[in-house]
Design a protein around this ligand. Structure first.
Ligand SMILES: Nc1nc2c(ncn2[C@@H]2O[C@H](COP(=O)(O)OP(=O)(O)OP(=O)(O)O)[C@@H](O)[C@H]2O)c(=O)[nH]1
Ligand SMILES: [Mg+2]
Length: 199
């Protein structure tokens, strides 16, 4: 009887859990974005869970430094969405042809690499044009035209997936709510291909 009651209680109180991995070059603002949302720390500092009315969103903050990027792929198979964060102040004027620092091109290559991996096929992708609070930031439309469109139109991004580009400031929190709302709807839409874990 106890086990039945416990089972029923669990069934009534359990929720779907979806994992979201935060990617992007070093210094893009992944950890700042994560801090903005952090409610329940899970194992380790770089994982936390946001409790939403209808689901848990588990966020994985992975380091973006060059040497750490090879670890990203270990998150691909189990993630339900990818957030790719861009430092909008570190991509020149957003045009690949004038990219003197090389960071826009680096960003493009890294993003292409993520999209090309077969384990990310069909996974919803949210691109965040971060640091929009800064005066020297490149506007989101330019990032869409100069980077995202090129990546999506190139031959390296074959698979069909839900994607969106949103302007945010992880520091001030502007746009963060919209980002979570987008993720919440998309992981649900994609749940047949990537079923959630029940918690
Ligand atoms: N002005 C401004 N600064 C930001 C914003 N987001 C992050 N920063 C700053 O950018 C720097 C890097 O942010 P992090 O969140 O540590 O970057 P990261 O992507 O986690 O970097 P790695 O862990 O090295 O991959 C910090 O000094 C942040 O305060 C933002 O929206 N606006
Ligand atoms: Mg970090």
């Amino acid at each position: 009887m106890y086990h039945l009651a416990k089972g029923l209680y669990r069934l009534a109180t359990s929720k779907e859990e979806y994992s979201v991995v935060l990617l992007g070059l070093d210094n893009a603002g992944k950890t700042t974005f994560h801090e903005q949302l952090k409610t329940v720390p899970t194992v380790g500092q770089n994982v936390s869970t946001i409790v939403l009315p209808d689901m848990y969103l588990k966020l994985w903050d992975v380091g973006g430094q060059h040497s750490l990027r090879q670890l990203w792929q270990s998150y691909y198979a189990s993630c339900h969405a990818i957030v790719f964060i861009i430092d909008s102040t570190d991509i020149g004027d957003g045009n690949l042809e004038h990219d003197s620092s090389g960071r826009l091109d680096e960003c493009r290559l890294v993003l292409e690499d993520v999209l090309q991996n077969s384990e990310t096929e069909g996974v919803p992708l949210l691109i965040l044009a971060n640091k929009q609070d800064r005066e020297d930031c490149v506007e989101v439309v330019r990032i869409k035209e100069g980077l995202v469109k090129r990546v999506f139109e190139g031959d390296k991004a074959s698979s069909i997936r839900d994607s969106r580009v949103l302007p945010v400031s992880a520091l001030t929190g502007t746009g963060v709510r919209e980002a979570v709302d987008w993720l919440r709807s998309r992981v649900k839409w994609n749940k047949e291909s990537r079923p959630p874990v029940m918690r």
